[in-house]
Design a protein around this ligand. Sequence first.
Ligand code: KG4
Ligand code: ZN
Length: 333
Amino acid sequence: MAIILAIESSCDDTGASIIKDGVVLSNVIATQLDHSKYGGVIPELASRAHMDAILPVVAAAIEKAGITMPEIEAVAFTQAPGLIGSLMVGACFAKSFAQARSLPLIAVHHMQAHVMAHFIEDPKPSFPFLCLTVSGGHTQLVLCDSPLQMRVIGETIDDAAGEAFDKTAKMLGLKYPGGPIIDNLAAKGNPQAFVFPKSNMPDYNFSFSGLKTNILYFIQKQQKLNPAFVEEHLNDICASVQYTIIESLLMKLKKAATDFNVNQIGIAGGVSANKGLRSAFESVGKQLKWATYIPSFEYCTDNAAMIAIVAHYKFEAKDFVDYNIVPSPRATW
Ligand code: KG4
Ligand code: ZN
């Protein structure tokens, strides 16, 4: 039981959270503008923006939590995976803070944190728990036996689901990040208008790069016949692509739930904000008698509260790291 400061800086969001005895007291995030004009996150710009944001974000998290800096008993940070320059800013801050005050330091894996976002608020899943984590960088099926014991049973062999959304949006001339834009346009379109192939990888793995190529060739072919094809059919294209991505995700989720005999099922990560995915997931859950879980929106996208909840369990387990630990862009867990 303790008061912990947690830092998240793996990509383009600078986050800080205070957790006390497992209860999140604050969750502050500074989202960087404006990577959209470059069509994606520019790592160098992201690192610099983290430098600007980290002190005010931490100060705001402490203030919102209604605590004082000397009350903090441990510091946690995202150690992996992510953009190395971004991770380094959070890691250096956390290490310095912890060392200056001789506090325990806790290293957190970003993907484990996305899964553990389900344990911030009630109702919480019980174990075993199966989580589909879908973000801009990852697509994973994770089987959890306890808060700190989990394993990846399947993942994408190429693009992540969020990337499939973002790259499709780019091909359609939409802004970055394209996921939320496609989500909104898809709501006005017919998901059966166009048929795209669903990949069927062995076991519980995913692949989205074939879909991307397929969409590109489809658009090129249609535009030869009608140069205004995309404009005229934008909603239907978005709905059909979104349908294909959702079906591919849920197919593997259903297979894993059946094979591992799990009925506590969650989705997490930025793509779990997708309205189509949320409703398809809920209806499959109803059909198959799952207890379904989706964290609140603020805990689905990158945030520090999810780092804090992992830190809470690691603190209880006295799972601390040395002050000279380094962040890593890729890391297994
Ligand atoms: O988890 P996240 O905030 O950051 C990491 O990648 O770790 O996820 C960002 C991804 C982006 O690819 C974005 O397009 C996608 O989540 N996303 C969505 C939606 N909201 C965010 N994709 C589909 N529908 C949405 N509503
Ligand atoms: Zn993430």
